[in-house]
Write a protein that binds this ligand. Structure first.
Ligand code: S3P
Length: 165
């Protein structure tokens, strides 16, 4: 798939930010992390945004940040786990770039995502599993599914081959 913008989607802990940075180095493209942009725009952390303004407010900022990145070219966008779960965000991303789903089984996610308060939706393991299951259908709408349990350099090679580099 030829594209000048790659969106990395998938659940929390799937490795989106790590893969985005490695891919950015290989392609010489800019890397943008939606969570980081939200925090710098809001000048507070994601847990603080959730606790002070609630999830709907966070989702509105997330959508605005995503929309602000749409005109950019030669860019890799590392999304938050919920970004592609929203139907409007999903159509916008599918229409403006190559969307790759970094897929990892729930057991691996749990091992990687600490309940340390940095991810407000990861505090309760059974709720996290429900959220994981409820998002699979959305993630499966990505242009490609990549097995994210493989080493990062293999994931990057797979992505490069897929976009024709
Ligand atoms: C969220 C995932 C987080 C962050 C926020 C909400 C989600 O991003 O956007 O805590 O709804 O899955 P990561 O996937 O980068 O952890």
């Amino acid at each position: 798939m030829k594209a000048d913008k790659i969106y990395l989607v998938g659940f929390m802990g799937a490795g989106k930010s790590t893969v985005a940075r490695a891919l950015g180095r290989r392609l010489g493209w800019k890397v943008e992390d939606i969570d980081e942009r939200i925090e710098s725009l809001e000048k507070r952390t994601i847990p603080t945004i959730f606790s002070q303004n609630g999830e709907p407010y966070f989702r509105a900022v997330e959508r605005a940040v995503l929309n602000s990145l749409i005109p950019a070219h030669n860019i890799i966008v590392s999304t938050g786990g919920g970004t592609f779960a929203d139907a409007d965000n999903r159509s916008a991303m599918l229409a403006t770039g190559a969307v790759a789903w970094l897929d990892l089984p729930f057991e691996r996610i749990v091992a990687r995502v600490p309940a340390d308060g940095r991810r407000p939706l990861a505090q309760d393991r059974s709720r996290l599993e429900l959220l994981f299951n409820s998002r699979q259908a959305a993630y499966s709408e990505a242009h490609v599914r990549i097995d994210a349990s493989r080493p990062v350099d293999e994931v990057v090679e797979h992505l490069l081959a897929w976009i024709g580099y």
